[in-house]
Design a protein around this ligand. Structure first.
Ligand code: PDD
Length: 287
């Protein structure tokens, strides 16, 4: 089946989608994006993703080209036109096509691009055994709460993990944990779940919110507070979370075992709660 994408109001095969080279997304990385998981053709936490999209658009002073209702219809149609019960929708908005000039162009319509790809669940072996990660200094800008398409720092940071034969780069800024190159990071220390507080230095993850909600609803003790490097390095458990990876245990950090070197008991509990929660969402009718 041909992959169908959405570009500026039209659904068309991926191969036919074209964007002019003067698009500010191409020239400046001037745009924002979202990644929305879809389970059994039900977008997961769609409203939360659309609210974060609005936050990102506000952060770059770009008007939202669609209402939430319009986005929901577009997402629904894209999912219906593509293969697979589980998909992830990528949604991308740039400041449009204009003569190269750093200043915002006037009266230029934004470019809206959407695609959907099959979403494969994380390899069960990773949930069973965990993944390795490396640490690096967080050298990104000071507005990491904006889900900007200009991802060069994240790309370079992720490549450090790949070069070390690991899955993710865990970033530290001024002696505190910020997040992963494409994930949020949680730590367990002495039975308490620790999450860095949201703010301009990390992306407010939708999966992060779900983890905290599940912890609160299931009497898991958690603190949302800055996590010093020493706590990260002496953690009993480390988890990474993202829309495409769900929750994965990090069992080795900079070649050192995290806790026992195996996924910990709190991970197993939260992962089960997450899988159960996902299953209830999938059974809901409609979007
Ligand atoms: N990235 N932090 C960063 C820097 C991210 O890029 C992501 C997700 C997250 C987790 O957010 P969420 O739980 O809402 O997916 C945190 C997506 C998946 C991506 O860029 O592909």
């Amino acid at each position: 089946m041909v992959q169908i994408v959405h570009l500026n109001g039209q659904f068309l095969p991926l191969e036919e989608a074209r964007v002019p080279v003067l698009d500010r997304g191409f020239i400046f990385g001037d745009g924002v994006y979202e990644v929305i998981p879809v389970y059994s053709r039900h977008p997961f936490r769609l409203q939360d993703h659309l609210t974060r999209l609005q936050h990102s658009l506000d952060g770059i002073r770009l008007a939202n080209p669609h209402s939430d209702t319009e986005w929901a219809v577009l997402v629904g149609e894209l999912v219906a036109r593509n293969e697979g019960e589980d998909q992830y929708v990528y949604l991308h908005i740039t400041r449009g096509v204009a003569k190269r000039d750093h200043a915002f162009p006037k009266d230029t319509p934004p470019t809206v691009f959407m695609m959907s790809n099959p979403l494969l669940p994380p390899d069960p072996a990773l949930r069973q055994n965990g993944v390795a990660a490396v640490t690096a200094a967080d050298n990104r800008w000071l507005r990491c709460d904006i889900k900007a398409i200009s991802l060069l720092p994240n790309v370079l940071l992720r490549q450090q993990a790949v070069d070390a034969g690991t899955a993710e780069t865990v970033m530290l800024r001024d002696g505190f944990l910020s997040e992963g190159s494409a994930s949020n990071i949680f730590v367990v220390k002495n039975g308490v779940l620790l999450a860095p507080p949201k703010g301009p230095l990390m992306l407010p993850g939708i999966t992060y919110d779900v983890v905290i909600e599940l912890a609160a609803a299931n009497s898991i003790v958690f603190h949302v507070e800055p996590v010093p490097e020493s706590t990260l390095r002496s953690a009993d458990e480390i988890w990474l979370t993202s829309s495409t990876k769900e929750i994965l245990p990090v069992t080795h950090l900079d070649s050192q075992a995290v806790g026992s070197g195996l996924p910990g008991p709190l991970y197993r509990k939260l992962d089960q709660l997450y899988q159960d929660y996902k299953a209830t969402i999938m059974r809901q009718p409609g979007l």
